[in-house]
Design a protein around this ligand. Structure first.
Ligand code: ADP
Ligand code: MG
Length: 390
């Protein structure tokens, strides 16, 4: 789960990361009020959406005068801001953050991620911040520093100092960097985060470190024990289809194709999407119905997939281990009747109770297309799609 920049800054500040003073606004008038409240001559007005790349997309601007703050904010509210990360639909701006402008001398990159290979939290840093990490990795890979943290010891000061020196920091900045790194690490660990990113972390005119941007993501499976974080969820920033599916315990990701997929297991779902592409089709979604899928759950999965108007054919691919083919088959039959299916449905079942599953499909008398292998299923789905499009 992602949160907004201003929320991440508030959290990180509590752990000891230096951030600029700022205030949140829900209207242009409030933005102006925030600027006057903060005082000073220049402010940065920042659209709060769950995305990076806002600066380049016109979502961040330095304003000189409270009226300019209000006018720029007025242009942001209610807009769908399209960044390189949002996709063409963009994300709606309902909140704006107004903060004091910093005098930037250097921009650094600092990220904490979960490194699945080493099973540790990894720090990624670069002396050249401001750019997105993907861009950095492409244009200046040599500048990237990586360091993993042993969970038994936590982040050791020696490691933190070494990193600070390698980024070209000196004097009092070293102690500030060590404190910032420790704070980020503790926040990451204590709050079940999966990502903490400060980009840019800047050196100001007075030689101090300040986090000008902050991003945090959290492990959704741990939200039950992080009530404060769970409360920060902002549905306006989520894909409506995906969050509705998540509410029903389905892992769904909407895509641009027209072959709807209902599959159990993330690995099989990925493989099926690959096979569809190989057969010349385009998947409309990723959907993992999970283990122990009851007929009701399968029906819900059908409804979720069919909510996408682009879907021309549905491919059900189940390799039942924990799941039972007979339950899934019952779900398919039930869904077919309940939703009044008008498009072709291709079903491939394998594993636990497969004979009973096939028998249920056959006995239903419904015009289902059955397939034996994954490749067969993908071919039949693409063929059925072509026919239904014709
Ligand atoms: P994004 O990463 O979404 O583009 P940032 O918060 O990183 O948004 O802002 C983009 C750029 O705007 C930063 O790289 C920085 O150069 C500038 N900026 C952001 N906040 C401030 C600030 N408080 N003072 C001065 N410049 C800022
Ligand atoms: Mg940024």
């Amino acid at each position: 789960m992602d949160i907004h920049e201003y929320q991440a800054k508030e959290i990180l500040a509590e752990f000891g990361v230096p951030v600029p003073r700022g205030g949140l606004a829900y209207s242009p008038e409030q933005a102006e009020f925030r600027a006057r409240e903060l005082g000073g001559q220049a402010w940065v007005v920042k659209a709060q959406i769950h995305s990076g790349g806002r600066g380049q997309a016109g979502g961040v601007r330095v304003c000189r005068g409270a009226h300019e703050v209000r006018d720029f904010a007025a242009g942001l509210f209610g807009r769908q801001l399209v960044t390189r990360q949002t996709g063409a639909a963009g994300k709606a701006v309902y909140r704006v953050w107004v903060e004091e402008a910093s005098d930037i001398r250097r921009e650094l990159y600092l990220g904490f991620v979960l490194d699945r290979k080493s099973e540790r939290i990894m720090i990624v840093a670069s002396a050249h911040g401001g750019m997105e990490i993907e861009e950095l990795a492409e244009k200046d890979p040599a500048s990237l520093r990586r360091m993993t943290i042993d969970p038994a010891t936590g982040l050791i000061d020696f490691q933190a100092r070494e990193l600070a020196f390698s980024l070209g920091l000196s004097g009092g900045q070293i102690a500030q960097m060590v404190a910032t790194l420790r704070a980020c690490y503790r926040a990451f660990r204590d709050l079940d985060a999966t990502m903490v990113e400060i980009n840019p972390l800047v050196v100001t005119g007075t030689g101090d470190l300040v986090a000008l941007d902050a991003k945090m993501s959290f492990d959704t499976n741990a939200l039950f024990r992080q009530p404060r974080i769970a409360e920060l969820r902002d549905r306006s920033q989520e894909d409506a289809r995906e969050s509705a599916a998540a509410d029903h315990g389905l892992a769904y990701v909407g895509l641009d194709g027209d072959i709807g997929c209902i599959i159990n297991g993330a690995g099989l779902a990925m493989a099926t999407m690959d096979m569809i592409k190989l057969a010349g089709g385009e998947p409309a979604n990723f959907l993992d119905i999970g283990g122990g899928a009851s007929p009701e759950r399968v029906v819900r999965a059908f409804r979720t997939v069919l909510a996408d108007a682009n879907v021309r054919v549905i491919l059900v691919n189940i390799f039942a281990g924990i799941n039972r083919c007979d339950w899934v088959a019952e779900g398919v039959v039930q869904a077919y009747r309940e939703v009044g299916m008008t498009i072709p449905v291709v079903v491939r079942l394998a594993g636990t109770n497969v004979e009973e599953g096939r028998r249920i499909l056959q006995a239903s008398g419904l015009p289902l297309v059955t397939a034996d292998t994954l490749a067969d299923a993908a071919d039949k789905a693409v063929a059925a799609r072509l026919k239904s499009a014709a």
